[in-house]
Design a protein around this ligand. Sequence first.
Ligand code: NCD
Length: 353
Amino acid sequence: MKHLIDLDDFSLEDIDSIIKKAIEIKTNPSKFQEKMKGKIIGTLFYEPSTRTQISFQTAMLRLGGQFVGFDNPINSSVAKGENLKDTIKIISGYTDIIAIRHPIEGAAKAASLFSSCPIINAGDGGHLHPTQTLTDLVTLKEQKGNFENLTIGLCGDLKFGRTVHSFVKMMLKYKGNKFIFISTKELSVPEYLKNMIVKLGGEYEECSSLEKSIGNLDVLYMTRIQKERFCSGEEYDAQKDIFKLDCGKMKLARKSLVVMHPLPRVDEIEGCVDDDPRAFYFKQAANGIYARMALILHIFSQQNCKNVSVKGQKLNMSCSNKRCITNTEKYLPKSFLKSNNEYICEYCDSRVK
Ligand code: NCD
């Protein structure tokens, strides 16, 4: 079975063919309207969502399939105390594919261990959001033609922004991309991503001024401060409203800049920017349908895929990340991958020394 937990699960050829397919579907949607006839996607959303949930459901409907699921776990047996394992065992027996969004890091990986159908990670806490990256890639392909030699600014909540983590990991696989991380110290990009960039010979800079860096960018990826991931309201209040993209800053940017945002925005992009031809975030959101249609088709086209289990060492230690699924769903086999003198939690990517 082919799950999509992290884009590392797919080869670059797989990803390129999904992007191509998405653009083909966009050009000629009627050709695909029966491809998933008789198939059902389960959309299990343990966390709020507008675009991701509705675009997964619409994608399946536009392919001729159907969807079932919940958009609030309060209305499911989760509210009665059912664990993730049991929910997944049951729903994967009812459906052909599952898209799961969960507030806890590593939840999609955990779900894949118990599922009898493919699992798609639709966002696991502040960790990853691979299908948003597919959406981002479709948009970049349309606007830039390729994914190489770009100076990419990422601005806002780079710590908890899962879309940022998946996007950076992906863009690092293409040649010559340089990253400018624009954030406060408190919300800077996780250490493991910076280490990964260095290890793969990539380039990055960290800076605290959008105004100073915007003129050097080919792509600006704005993000929302992820209020729901903060420990306290005071901590969030200290971070909100620091970075704002407005028409004044757009004047300092290149003509060819592509402004992206996974949405929803709060007030990090002023409304006047929406009318700028360099603002692509609404087109980006629209591409989510085609990216997800292409992904569903790709997953169903896979043959001879193996069932997954954990790959790492089952050590007798706990993940030090309190937001890791292994610390809430205690029955999960703890599994760590060894890299130099560190152990990396296989569910949430945290480093344990
Ligand atoms: C993002 C998410 O859920 O991570 N939204 C989305 O899926 N398009 C970004 C966010 O919530 O800020």
